[in-house]
Design a protein. Sequence first.
Length: 458
Amino acid sequence: MLNFKNLNIKQIKDIIKEIGLESFYNEYFEWIKKEDKRIRGFLFFTENLAKNLVEELKNKKGDLPLYGIPIAIKDNILVKGEKCTAGSKILENYIATYDATVIKKLKAAGAVIVGKTNMDEFAMGSSTEYSAYFPTFNPFDSSKVPGGSSGGSAAVVGAGLLPIALGSDTGGSIRQPAAFCGIYGLKPTYGAVSRYGLIAMASSLDQIGPLAKDLEDLITLFEVIRGKDPKDSTSVEFPQDKIKETQIKTIGLPKEFFEDADSKISSLILEKIKKTNLKIKEISLKYVKYGIHCYYLIMPAEVSSNLARYEGIRYSKREKGKLWEVYEKTRGKYLGKEVKRRIIIGTFVLSHGYYEAYYLKAQKLRRAIFEDFQNAFKEVDLIISPTSPSLPFNLGEKIEDPLKMYLSDIYTVPVNLAGLPALNIPAGFINGLPVGLQVIGNLFDEYKLFEFAKILEK
Ligand code: GLN
């Protein structure tokens, strides 16, 4: 059997040229199914769909950017005719009736969707342990979590099963698992990628984005999926002039971000950036450090309204009874504990009397966080931090303590609140476990992030 491990897009294209698409996929599926048993990154494979896509590719030109390239999709992105569970029991039998815009774009670019990946239920979590199905294992150490919520996508790419995957990031769900699995993961500028066909968690924060082992592959995937979509009114065309604006003079280090992290992680990252010879400036972000407080008010408020649609009537499984019982029993039985917790917090902060005290205050803080970043970007081109304050943790270590789990996101959530782009860059290893560096840019500065990653690779 061929060994498909750790191939990038270019290498797969070369193999396909040599042996043909069909024989590639005949062997590949057998291999990837076997390899995945070790990490359990896939919820299910989409072999029939893949066969059809391969068939269609025969009439298409070989120079498509993703011609014949296998890709894994987080299971909260709709692929027509396939199940879409969002990691939840309530959607166990739900079959998507249309393609998300990103999926349409992938198909047009020649990609072959091979499966849907595991995730925390409705993307709420940082370890993939809140999946209603099973946990996924870290590819570097199976006693550790792969991060979350896009843990399945990050684990399968980190394990070298395929070069690229899609995830979604509401508060860190692409970057943190990418950090835990030693790969690149991009949270694009809010609006750069269409959210049409993404199962909504918190709509003002959600973004779909690429995960890849190879930087060039990540850029290719980003270029395929981005762009304005009439079906998502918050989406915009990526400003072309921004693609060439890649000059980096000064990078900013927010001291708060380094003080709170595991000291081994902070030193590794500091050492790494010193070697770049870029000008380094220490900065202080006085509101950004309240990002986690702000996020855990705004996000649940949006969650509570977005998840109201799973009431047992339209998409989901249904328990029997009078109308009110249908709601109560269905939601009671098929939604997980963490999801319920957030719905309850969300309805509370939006309710009369508490709206002003919590939700409105959080909205004002959100604005202050955005301005904090804008002030920093007057002095520096990019902001650097650890992606996660800790190394990949043990399975089971944080599931009983939601607060501990929430703190996994202290460096990633401010970025979503401000709508900025940020990239996880694999920065090295401590005790055999990957460490991720987060680089944050101003709106539509994705290409500066890529440029910085290239400088680090050198
Ligand atoms: N881990 C964060 C949370 O639990 C972020 C989730 C996400 O980005 N989808 O909300």
